[in-house]
Design a protein around this ligand. Structure first.
Ligand code: HXC
Ligand code: NAP
Length: 282
């Protein structure tokens, strides 16, 4: 699908790059020739991912940081500059989330998610932005969700924070274009990962089946599908895409949005009778 060297020589920082979708994206970027910096709180998780990713000869830095702590974020930026001399691409992928009735949340429960998702994205964007401004080029890809614009009950901190990240994407797409910095976002629907499933899809409640049934394509996303989309959006082939959010969800959010979409459940044989009744109405 892509030129073999699509990302050759590009230096990419990926937050949350040691697990789940972050790791899958990074693995694809390695295949396409990029230099990679992965960061998250747990050094041991990053080291394990680094070992795996380096098998094919990629150059990986694994630096622990908490996106909520600006000095730790700055340390990632400084070490990346020291090792690679520039930062071409930032992937704001780190996130926190859990399901909870909103009335059962403590202020701390709301704050922890907003701190990771919204403030963490700002902290990395702000620190990496300085380096990109000096270089007069850069691309920032933010991972949001489809409920960033629809909202969703039971994940109110995440929905509120992701909506903020979407607003940040669109705002900075305009404000920082003058520095040669492009902003894009991806809104995934459900892609099975350990991190998300542990916190959002507890087993034994039939949630997973219901989630799949809601998706017009009747399946979850494959990690490679998201990784390829990300590779395209951060590449020079997408140089004129700025401020856009691309949904990759098998049509899930539109299914939820359409007033009459649940008529899916009406069996084909019933439609003749229904149609007869409806046609009679003048
Ligand atoms: C209610 C909770 C809670 C829960 C924690 N809290 N878990 N409240 N329900 N399940 C509250 C605590 O009581 C505390 O508030 C505050 O949150 C901070 O809790 P800590 O445990 O100290 O936080 P911390 O150790 O920093 O861990 C952060 C975390 C954790 C977000 C709670 O789950 C984490 O590390 N997550 C990272 C990975 C992750 O979430 N991945 C999923 C991404 S999926 P008080 O007031 O008591 O101090 C995603 C998109 C999904 O984002 C879309 C799917 C379709
Ligand atoms: P995941 O594996 O749990 O990824 C979350 C990552 O964020 C982890 O690597 C975690 O590493 C890191 N992280 C959490 N708190 C951090 C902090 N304070 N500082 C630094 N790093 C932190 O889950 P995932 O499903 O792959 O999610 C990846 C992204 O996709 C997230 O933005 C999520 O919102 C989005 N998304 C996922 C889905 C899905 O269905 N999977 C759907 C829509 C959107 P540490 O614990 O080591 O810090």
């Amino acid at each position: 699908m892509f030129e073999k060297d699509l990302l050759r020589g590009k230096t990419i920082i990926a937050t949350g790059g040691g697990t789940g979708l972050g790791k899958s994206m990074v693995a694809r970027f390695c295949e396409l020739g990029a230099n990679i910096v992965i960061t998250s709180r747990r050094q041991e998780v990053l080291d394990e991912a680094k070992l795996e990713l380096e098998k094919d000869g990629a150059k990986i830095l694994a630096i622990a940081s908490d996106v909520r702590k600006p000095p730790e974020v700055q340390n990632v930026v400084d070490q990346t500059m020291e090792e690679f001399g520039n930062i071409d691409i930032l992937i704001n992928n780190a996130a926190g989330n859990f399901i909870s009735p909103t009335e059962m949340l403590s202020p701390g429960g709301f704050k922890v998610i907003v701190d990771i998702v919204l403030n963490g994205t700002f902290n990395f964007t702000h620190a990496v932005g300085q380096a990109m401004m000096k270089a007069k080029e850069g691309t920032i890809l933010n991972i949001v969700t489809t409920y960033a614009w629809t909202g969703s009950g039971y994940v109110v901190p995440s929905a509120s924070a992701k909506a903020g990240v979407l607003a940040m994407t669109r705002s900075l797409a305009v404000e920082w274009a003058k520095y040669g910095i492009r902003h894009v976002a991806i809104a995934p629907g459900p892609f099975p990962t350990k991190g998300a499933w542990q916190r959002l899809v507890p087993p034994g409640l039939g949630i997973e089946k219901k989630m799949k049934d809601r998706i017009p394509l009747k399946r979850f996303g494959e990690h490679t599908e998201l990784a390829n989309l990300a590779a395209y959006l951060i590449s020079d082939q997408a140089a004129y895409i700025n401020g856009e959010v691309v949904t990759i969800d098998g049509g899930e959010w539109l299914k939820g949005a359409g007033e009459f979409n649940d008529l899916d459940r009406v069996p084909k044989v019933a439609w003749k009778a229904i149609s007869k009744k409806v046609r009679k109405k003048k």
